[in-house]
Design a protein around this ligand. Structure first.
Ligand SMILES: Cc1cc2nc3c(=O)[nH]c(=O)nc-3n(C[C@H](O)[C@H](O)[C@H](O)COP(=O)(O)O)c2cc1C
Length: 208
């Protein structure tokens, strides 16, 4: 049995455009694959471990091949649990708003927790190697509108560029996405973009 993990990075509930499209995708996926597991992680409702000095000591101990104390290991376990949960998924669905041209801080926190050497990537003299494997589908929502190519993209879009760079770094190269934009420039533009994103999402789900 495969497992789909649906990761929510908008706190806006029913008003959220990224959640609205992602939820339709997940609903369609569940009805196409009734025997497969579908689990949700709402990042704004989860208590992610703080990466404070004590916890980071373990990260650096691992990088330097040093042992950690039992107490340090006990705190590190919270990081390991989030990583194990992430790696247990064969399929990942993200709902991601643009916040200040990037991803919301909770998703950055989540990525900071899961991106750990020897767990999700390996670093050696020959370079980096991602240790994760899953298919990925992402719904982005943006108040403004940023073209997919060209100079404006280079300047404004640190949302899809950062998230997809980080996922590829972890070995997740099978990434598909849709974008709802602009969500804050009137209902017409918002609704037609949302309908188009939904249509695309419901096509992608048939082979996901
Ligand atoms: C804290 C915050 C920062 C935002 N920054 C941007 C931004 O940099 N660019 C933009 O186009 N929209 C920005 N927006 C608007 C959101 O991207 C937009 O409302 C989008 O629909 C949010 O996704 P959601 O509807 O799934 O919650 C911001 C919204 C919030 C709450």
């Amino acid at each position: 049995m495969s497992k789909l993990l649906y990761i929510k990075a908008s706190p806006r509930g029913e008003r959220s455009h990224s959640l609205a499209v992602a939820e339709e995708f997940v609903r369609a996926y569940a009805s196409l694959h009734p025997a497969e597991a579908v689990e949700t992680r709402d990042l704004f409702r989860m208590s992610l471990p703080a990466l404070d000095g004590e916890v980071l000591r373990v990260k650096y101990n691992i990088m330097h091949g040093k042992e950690s104390t039992a107490e340090e290991k006990a705190r590190w376990k919270a990081v390991e649990d989030v990583i194990a949960d992430f790696k247990s998924a064969d399929k990942l669905v993200f709902a991601v708003p643009m916040w200040n041209f990037n991803i919301p801080y909770v998703l950055k926190h989540y990525l900071d927790v899961i991106c750990q050497p020897s767990y999700t990537f390996a670093a050696g003299p020959e370079g980096y190697k991602g240790l994760c494997s899953a298919r990925v589908f992402i719904v982005y929502a943006r108040g403004g509108e940023y073209p997919a190519t060209g100079a404006a993209q280079d300047i404004y879009d640190f949302q899809s560029t950062y998230l997809e760079f980080q996922l590829r770094f972890l070995g997740l190269t099978d990434i598909q996405s849709v974008i709802v934009q602009p969500t804050l420039r009137g209902p017409e533009a918002r609704d037609s973009s949302k309908q188009a994103a939904l249509k695309q999402a419901l096509e992608i789900v048939t082979t996901f």
